[in-house]
Design a protein around this ligand. Structure first.
Ligand code: NAG
Ligand code: NAG
Ligand code: NAG
Ligand code: NAG
Ligand code: NAG
Ligand code: NAG
Length: 680
């Protein structure tokens, strides 16, 4: 196989080792047992890596990056004596134990695949290994052959129907085959024996414990999100005789592969021990950082220094250019004013916004989306920090005029859960909206961002949900006109001081008079909104209504409760599955609580009840039939406990045609979501 040849070179590149306690010589096997710990991998380490595996300067071991169809292996350099006993008949597997921390990071475009495995094998090369579902452990020619002598525990983010794997990400025990002998959906047990689902590809570090007792042949496997301690009850506890599987000297390590879908797979720390109880504890405060997919990589210091050097030599040239640019900029800052523009309050001059955002500099960019870019800026006169959203539109002047009129009235709205629109500006085909800057960023960033700021308590999330509901109720029912927001989603929910949720971005909002066919727009317009949040009838008719907002709010509720994005790719079918359908399925199975975000641990009983209510409410809001959805005012009453949610799947889904049709999918056996996309 192609990956086998660069092995030696990659190994040569390996460098120094920070903290490894090894009680055995480097090149021979270890008769007295081994006991080692890597808290971060530093070079040259006692590790043999090959394929895409490499050790990052942070100390993280990267098994794969997010390229497609690659695989990487990393093994402890020397073999380990894992069988003991004098003769064939008295052979016994020594007690062994391992603890490691892994992190699977998926960028939004790549989809997550395929996972990683802890491997015990007779060689470091793993002959015949293949990417994709084989995780680089085995391959189509070797899979299932008892001459492999390969044992693995897989941490798989993709489920393959043909391999009889459970839905979604799962943990499985593999013996000479990637078809697991035992597998469980990835989850852990709390101390009160509740099972909490936990996706493996959340981008958060996960700790795993594997223990094998050679006298009882019991294998235990547990996982838990860092920094949770080892669960008392293992996720998998199974009896398996490893004597026929193991040879007397075996290599221990990791393997990982990507396929059509790809994630970066990292091992952050690893301890392993034979003969002497549990592997050493890992100090979780010292885990190395892993790179996160980021939209704008920081400039390196070298570039800055180089730029500085160049700058001095180019000073003279620059001076000439500066004069030319100054003249040009003057011209650029000039703008055409129209009488209707002058009449409105809250109008900013382009010049002010240009200055506030340092000329719409890239470094001031705080967000970008389908509808434009958002820059942060400081207003010169007041010194206030603002967010400036810039949108380009090739609309006619008439449309622009209507838009401005709406903005003007929206500018008068005041509500604790709405971001205050301070004003706008127009220049040519560019529209600018100016909002107060929210120091805590968007809900989206907190839910799916880099981890440091994740909303870990349920109370915080419930407060945010209630805030958004209250803001939407105001827009729909409490203001002089009916305002349909049209783009309710976490990236449009900003978090102000004290993490108060404030709905932002009325850039797409439309106003209607109260009573005008319950907020229906008279004429259909171009369909706007964000895929995944659009109610089915919206894509068909293009008519935004208050109940299409309620649908999107339902999706937002699910995102907040489940910590998942609204659309995910199903690898078996290659099609998109919506979060709405996924949760409905769990609900029909009676497992709705498995949908909850695993990062929400240690929830109290009343909090679990609240979370359940939110999940059911979300399903009510995201029903296919618009009439069946509650109004935002009703939503608030449900959240405040004034109304009781019917936790009855049959009732809710009777308004959802493809579910009521005989609940067809539930009888179609294991796995794979049928890939009907909502809203298509
Ligand atoms: C990912 O790893 C592969 C194999 O080592 C390498 O060829 C590729 O350049 C890497 N891609 C990135 C983006 O680093
Ligand atoms: C198993 O592997 C061995 C050695 O590679 C080979 O000789 C044998 O034919 C294989 N068995 C099957 C059933 O593929
Ligand atoms: C496996 O888990 C069971 C149940 O918690 C426990 O009784 C047993 O001691 C564990 N065995 C090992 C080898 O850790
Ligand atoms: C077993 O581990 C303990 C610490 O967990 C250590 O003190 C002891 O020396 C070890 N024994 C052997 C034989 O390695
Ligand atoms: C997978 O999901 C289907 C429904 O989508 C269900 O019927 C099946 O029991 C699930 N399989 C497992 C192993 O959880
Ligand atoms: C090959 C190699 O790096 N061996 C090292 C393994 O770790 C021990 C203990 O730190 C070192 O002494 C070896 O040199």
């Amino acid at each position: 196989m192609a990956w086998a040849s660069p092995t030696a070179h990659v190994h040569d590149v390996a460098m120094l080792l920070l903290l490894v306690l090894v009680q055995c010589p480097a090149s021979s096997s270890c008769p007295g047992g081994v006991d080692f710990i890597f808290e971060g991998f530093h070079q040259p380490s006692n590790l043999s890596v090959d394929g895409s595996a490499l050790i990052l300067s942070s100390g993280a071991l990267q098994l794969t990056n997010s390229s497609n169809h690659i695989m990487g292996h990393a093994f402890f350099h020397s073999p380990i004596k894992i069988l003991q006993g004098e003769s064939e008949s008295t052979l016994e597997v020594t007690h062994w134990s391992t603890i490691f921390v892994f992190d699977i990071v998926t960028s939004s475009e790549s989809g997550s695949g395929h996972g990683l495995a802890f491997v015990i094998a007779p060689s470091k090369q793993l002959p015949g290994a293949f990417d994709q579902d084989y995780l680089g452990v085995l391959g189509p020619t070797t899979n299932g052959n008892s001459s492999n002598h390969v044992f693995a525990v897989e941490f798989d983010t993709q489920s393959i129907a043909a391999l009889n794997e459970p839905n979604g990400s799962h943990v499985g025990v593999d013996i000479n085959s990637v078809v697991s002998t035992v597998s469980e959906p990835s989850s852990y047990y709390t101390d009160d024996n509740k099972r909490v689902a936990m996706p493996l590809d959340s981008g958060r570090p996960i700790q795993a414990w594997i223990d094998y007792d050679g006298t009882t042949n019991v294998l235990n496997v547990s996982i838990a999100p860092v920094p949770m301690p080892q669960p008392q009850r293992p996720l998998i506890s199974t009896q398996v005789d490893l004597v026929p599987v193991f040879k007397s000297n075996m290599y221990v390590g990791f393997s990982s592969a990507t396929g059509k879908l790809a994630s970066s797979h990292y091992i952050l720390a690893w301890s392993f021990r034979t003969n002497n109880g549990s592997a050493q504890h890992i100090d979780l405060s010292r885990l190395p950082k892993v790179p996160r997919p980021s939209p704008s990589p920081p400039k390196s210091a070298i570039i800055k220094i180089a730029a500085l050097a160049c700058a001095s030599t180019l000073l003279v040239t620059a001076a000439v250019w500066a004069m030319i640019l100054l003249v040009r900029r003057r011209a650029a800052l000039a703008e055409t004013l129209e009488d209707w523009e002058l009449e409105q309050p809250h109008r900013f001059s382009y010049k002010d916004l240009y200055r506030a955002t340092k000329g719409f500099k890239k470094s001031e960019l705080v967000g970008a989306g389908g509808f434009g870019q958002v820059y942060k800026g400081v207003l010169r006169r007041s010194g206030d920090e603002v967010a400036v959203k810039r949108m380009s539109s090739s609309n006619t002047r008439e449309a622009m005029r209507g838009f401005v009129a709406e903005i003007a009235s929206l500018g008068r709205m005041r509500h604790r859960n709405l971001v205050e629109l301070r004003g706008w500006c127009r220049r040519g085909q560019d529209m600018f909206l100016v909002y107060d800057l929210m120091p805590n960023g968007s809900l989206d960033k907190h839910l799916f961002g880099d981890g440091e700021r994740s909303l870990s308590t349920w109370a915080e999330r419930l407060e945010i949900i209630k805030g958004v509901a209250s803001g939407l109720t105001y827009l729909h029912e409490e203001w002089d006109q009916v305002v349909v927001h049209r783009d309710v989603k976490p990236s449009n929910v900003l978090l102000g001081d004290g993490m108060v949720a404030r709905l932002a971005d009325f850039g797409l909002a439309r106003l209607y008079d109260h009573g005008s066919s319950s907020g229906q727009l008279a004429t259909a317009t171009r369909v706007v909104g964000t895929l995944g949040y659009m109610a089915p009838e919206l894509t068909a008719s293009g008519r935004p209504t208050t109940s299409t907002d309620v649908f999107a709010f339902g999706v937002l509720l699910l995102e907040v409760a489940c910590g998942r994005r609204p659309i995910q790719r199903d690898d078996t079918t290659g099609l998109d599955v919506t979060l709405v359908r996924w949760v409905r399925r769990l609900a029909l199975r009676g497992d709705v609580m498995l949908a909850l975000d695993p990062r929400l641990h240690c929830m109290r009983y009343e909090e679990q009840d609240q979370a359940k209510l939110v999940l059911w409410l979300a399903m009510m809001c995201s029903q296919d039939k618009p009439d069946a959805r509650p109004s935002m005012r009703q939503v608030c009453r449900y959240l405040d406990g004034e109304l009781t949610v019917q936790e009855d799947a049959a009732l809710i889904f009777s308004n959802t045609p493809d579910f009521s049709m005989g609940l067809g999918w539930s009888s179609c056996g294991t796995m794979s979501f049928t890939s009907l996309r909502d809203g298509r």
